[in-house]
Design a binder for this molecule. Structure first.
Ligand code: ZN
Length: 253
């Protein structure tokens, strides 16, 4: 699976090399898709974020026309373009909003997400921006600067920062997935487990901090109870989805 992710990022990197764009936000995704024989159109979708249809003459990417954030729209186009470039034996993909933040289930969605991340946040531009102590507030700013989605940006920081970062997505107080860079060998948070009571993810709305705060990690990682390491942690809520994105990193590793 790791090989496929490397291949996905490599394909996006090649596009960078080919076109030599001055900055990621200047990548004209619709033009780029057209050059690859894919037409991007808005609308005509029900309950999905994006769709790719492929036939022998070319492809069509449809993107929901009511996406308000430009970053999410761009990430959706880049994600579908990833399916186009990588999964040539599939004639159709219908991708939901949760597919766009799927870092735990389907390898095809994961590959498309990694392709989109490298295309919109290329290593050469992004790595220098995420070398300080990780903070989800800074991730928000990076998402704006690179015009992409918050989740994808947080994952990119976890991949390129030297700090031991975990990204956790939870819905209705249950963990849906946990992401950390494999080579950092960090302890895993089991999916479907309850979000700990003493955690930034459980703070009442009016007490949510806009910076990282220190927590004991034993509730997240019962397997580490003998060590009781501390983590810096912050959560951004996505109330529309009943979910939240938590970033944490181990302070004493
Ligand atoms: Zn997809």
């Amino acid at each position: 699976m790791i090989q496929n992710l490397i291949k996905a990022r490599g394909r996006a990197h090649k596009i960078w090399e080919e076109f030599d764009f001055p900055h990621p936000t200047e990548v004209p995704l619709e033009d780029l898709a057209m050059y690859r024989n894919v037409l991007v159109v808005a609308g005509g979708l029900n309950g999905a974020e994006g769709r790719l249809v492929r036939d022998s003459t070319g492809g069509v990417i449809r993107v929901r026309d009511d996406i308000l954030q430009d970053g999410r729209r761009r990430f959706t186009i880049a994600h579908e373009l990833g399916h186009w470039e990588l999964h040539t034996d599939h004639s159709q993909f219908l991708c939901s909003e949760s597919d766009m933040r799927d870092y735990g289930r389907s390898s095809l969605e994961l590959e498309a997400n990694h392709f989109a991340a490298e295309l919109l946040m290329p290593t050469v531009h992004f790595r220098p921006r995420c070398q300080g102590e990780p903070c989800l507030h800074d991730v928000k700013e990076l998402a704006q600067d690179f015009c992409t989605s918050l989740t994808a940006t947080a994952i990119r920081v976890a991949d390129l920062s030297k700090f031991p970062i975990q990204i956790i997505w939870h819905e209705n107080d249950r963990v849906r997935w946990c992401y950390s860079k494999e080579s950092k060998k960090l302890p895993y948070v089991n999916t479907n487990r309850e979000v700990p009571r003493y955690s930034s993810a459980r703070l009442p709305r009016d007490q949510v901090a806009n910076h990282m705060e220190t927590y004991e990690s034993a509730d997240w990682f019962p397997q580490l109870q003998h060590r009781k390491p501390e983590v810096a942690e912050m959560t951004i809520r996505a109330n529309r989805l009943g979910g939240g994105l938590t970033m944490m990193w181990f302070l004493d590793r």
